[in-house]
Design a binder for this molecule. Structure first.
Ligand code: ZN
Length: 490
């Protein structure tokens, strides 16, 4: 275990370097930072694939230490074996080539998006897809090469199960979206919101939800993120726009959700696999739960709206709570995923899931992507992007080699709704607590059921343990139908 704690420290140093790169590092420091990161990543990789680890694991797996598969020692052996196996299967040459190609591909993607020039990005995406297929072959899979890539982000998930789940979800979502148009008026959110006040209001709400600023901070960046450096050090970052209340505020809540999970992990297991979050989707579920289920709810704003008005008298002085609440929940078919509302959001993900699966399976050529993208948007969202910049070039994930990552966003939304609906059954009067500014009941429940459990169970099992049901799309649909039927008075 001493060895995994040291690995964890190395990973923590990498995390701190990358946090600094995204917040305060002067631009001219990029080359030196690249060298620092490459050196530490190389050391980390070499340690992880060391054959001696395989031998040690072999000894442990035959010992009484793993007798109870849910005991911390057994969970740690299980997870170290999984990570060791995955990393050892991919040859170092492929790891290096992927790192090199994705760095350049991201660069080309940025330029291609700026100019809405898909042909510029096409050869790079082609290279990434070829390398990711090679990676999937090296990792191994049963039926679908996509599963090997999905496993990196959502251990245990299988694409055929996801396809079934997502199909059912789509059949419910499309008619719901159709009922919720035209969109509500959200112009009040575009008034003037002074930046320093946005920051102080965001921090006050974060603290009220339970984020511990003695063990964390909030800084400014380009793309919002949460960085868990280690015990007692969890850093959030967001961006501010004086004419946009929602972007900064809800991204702070989103990152606070990630941060509450990190701050709620069991300190006794820090630095070992059982003390970690089991999957990307589960992490995302907490971000979405605090951002949307809590942060866009009526009781939440019953408490915070008078405070928001006091912070922003110029923008909100003449706006009623009802109108403000409707504005932060407006639903609109837009071509852009990152700013989509919680009703249409998953349709954006379903498009990406279908297309990336087809690309990896060889059923879709990279050259055909823009056409296939636009056709899927027409079918799923009833709109056609006006350009590739607001179409298939909008996200950087594929250029960065992140394939099999998108589904975790939708799974996270489904997990969030399922957990919240269970918490609402077990905890009386959540709405009244929120309206009084009390969030500790919900946070305590999530800590006990999810955060403190660490990686004892895979994500799907943990959801089942916490809610009594395997992962299901229905609580999410119920949540949306109830909320938006009332909001849009339909
Ligand atoms: Zn997130």
């Amino acid at each position: 275990m001493q060895r995994t704690r040291q690995d964890e420290l190395l990973a923590s140093c990498l995390e701190l370097l990358s946090w600094d790169e995204l917040t305060y590092m002067p631009r001219a420091g990029a080359a030196q930072r690249g060298e620092q990161m490459a050196l530490l990543s190389g050391i980390y990789h070499d340690r992880a694939v060391d054959a001696r680890i395989g031998e040690l694991l072999g000894e442990l797996e035959n010992s009484t230490l793993v007798g109870d598969p849910l005991a911390p020692a057994a969970v740690n052996v299980r997870e170290i074996r999984r990570a060791h196996q995955r990393m050892s299967r991919v040859p170092r040459s492929l790891v290096e080539e992927l790192a090199r190609v994705t760095t350049l591909a991201q660069h080309e993607w940025e330029a291609a998006r700026r100019e809405s020039d898909f042909p510029r990005f096409r050869p790079w995406l082609q290279k990434v897809i070829v390398l990711k297929r090679r990676e999937a072959d090296a990792l191994g899979y049963e039926a679908d090469p996509y599963d090997a890539l999905l496993e990196e982000h959502e251990p245990g998930a299988r694409s055929t199960d996801l396809a079934r789940l997502f199909d059912a979800l789509r059949r419910e979502l499309v008619p719901l979206v159709n009922r919720l148009t035209p969109p509500a008026d959200m112009s009040v959110l575009r008034r003037e919101y002074p930046l320093d006040r946005q920051e102080s209001f965001g921090k006050a709400v974060a603290a009220a939800l339970g984020f511990d600023f003695e063990a964390g901070r909030l800084d400014t960046t380009v793309h919002p993120f949460c960085s868990a450096i280690g015990p007692g050090d969890c850093r959030l970052a967001t961006r501010y726009d004086v004419h946009d209340f929602s972007d900064a505020f809800f991204s702070i809540l989103h990152e606070v959700g990630h941060g509450l999970y990190e701050q709620g992990l069991d300190p006794d297991h820090q630095g070992t696999p059982i003390g970690e979050v089991p999957s990307v989707a589960l992490h995302e579920s907490q971000a979405r739960l605090w951002e949307n289920t809590v942060g866009r709810s009526r009781p939440f704003w019953e408490h915070f709206y008078p405070r928001a008005r006091a912070h922003f008298p110029g923008a909100l002085g003449d706006v009623k709570l009802d109108d403000f609440h409707l504005a932060v929940n407006h639903v609109e078919r837009s071509p852009i995923r990152a700013t989509a509302d919680e009703v249409t959001y998953n349709l954006h993900i379903l498009v990406r899931f279908d297309l990336e699966r087809a690309l990896i399976a060889g059923n879709l050529e990279v050259a055909e992507l823009p056409g296939a993208w636009n056709e899927a948007y027409r079918q799923y969202l009833g709109i056609t992007p006006r350009s590739d910049a607001e179409g298939c070039l909008q996200d950087g994930h594929w250029g960065a080699g992140l394939i099999g990552y998108f589904p975790t966003y939708t799974l996270g939304n489904l997990f969030a709704a399922q957990l919240f609906s269970r918490a609402a059954v077990e905890l009386a009067d959540l709405d009244c607590s929120f309206a009084r500014g009390r969030f500790d009941g919900l946070l305590g429940w999530l800590r006990e059921k999810i955060y403190r459990q660490g990686h004892r169970y895979p994500a799907g099992r943990l959801i089942e343990q916490a809610t009594g049901r395997p992962p299901d799309y229905r609580p999410f649909i119920e949540y949306l139908s109830n909320k938006y039927t009332a909001l849009y008075s339909i």
